[in-house]
Write a protein that binds this ligand. Sequence first.
Ligand SMILES: NC(=O)c1cnc(OC2CCCC2)nc1N
Length: 326
Amino acid sequence: MDRSNAESRVKELQELLSRYNYEYHVLDKPSVPDVEYDKLLHELKQLEEEYPEFLTPDSPTQRIGGSVLEQFSKVNHKTPMLSLGNAFNEQDLRDFDKRVRKAVGDKISYICELKIDGLAVSLRYEKGLFVQGATRGDGSVGEDITANLKTIRSIPLRLNKPFSLEVRGEAFMPRSSFLQLNKEKEEREELPFANPRNAAAGSLRQLDPRIASSRNLDLFLYGIGELGETGAETQSGGLDLLSELGFKTNKERRKCESIEEVLQYVEEWTEKRAELEYDIDGIVIKVDSLSQQEELGTTVKSPRWAIAFKFPAEEVVTVIRDIELS
Ligand SMILES: NC(=O)c1cnc(OC2CCCC2)nc1N
């Protein structure tokens, strides 16, 4: 194949494989069998090796970086990553609703989101290209885990619009992957992870991206760091925009026009949470209007416009292993 054909074939394969990856990992609706994906990826790898001048950082072949890091460098979050205040019962939620109405009046809508039990991460995009990812850390300074986040297939390496923005989400390990990982650890006589959240945190803290890549991690986006830039006026509109940009967002979210509807949603998911393929530890309730969020503002570390309803801790039956009488 001559050089100019190679160049157009590389571009065609990069587009095709990015689309197939999006269909599989974000929409959960693959349009081609895995074997077809693997064949095309192999062809692209070979062409990029033969013509390295056509290799781009957002190529589907660039998800697993080469080097093992010595350590993670620090990242200063442009906008602080806030933490949520908690509610534990119906009265706490009614009190939250009263505080909100007192501050911004009675014309309010809420949006309820499942509270994914993983770890908060922030992704920065410059002109559409994924350039950096970080853990929440203390809310102001986190760790640079870009190489590990690039291995999460549902994270787009390039957006379908050349936006520069920072987005926030929860990285998690699906329950099935957690069980499989612990089975392998026990076979290797290694200590298993206590829960999917710890497994996800441990996997994202690996210095070797090949290990992170093998852990089948995933991510739901739930916030845009700098909302103004995108023109979103509500949290729900922001989530729809994240979806349009190619991000994976959680489809179980629901607009609620009253605290009664919020309580209904909380009740519904208290029952249904076991059916999910991932762990949730509660429900996040947010005032939907971004201007009302601004009006409500934040305390030192938490927004006044959001609260986390926490599910009661499940009965944790610890199986005491037969202790080998040594
Ligand atoms: N674990 C989650 O699923 C989750 C966490 N946090 C938030 O929003 C917080 C972030 C900063 C103020 C509101 N939303 C979520 N869905």
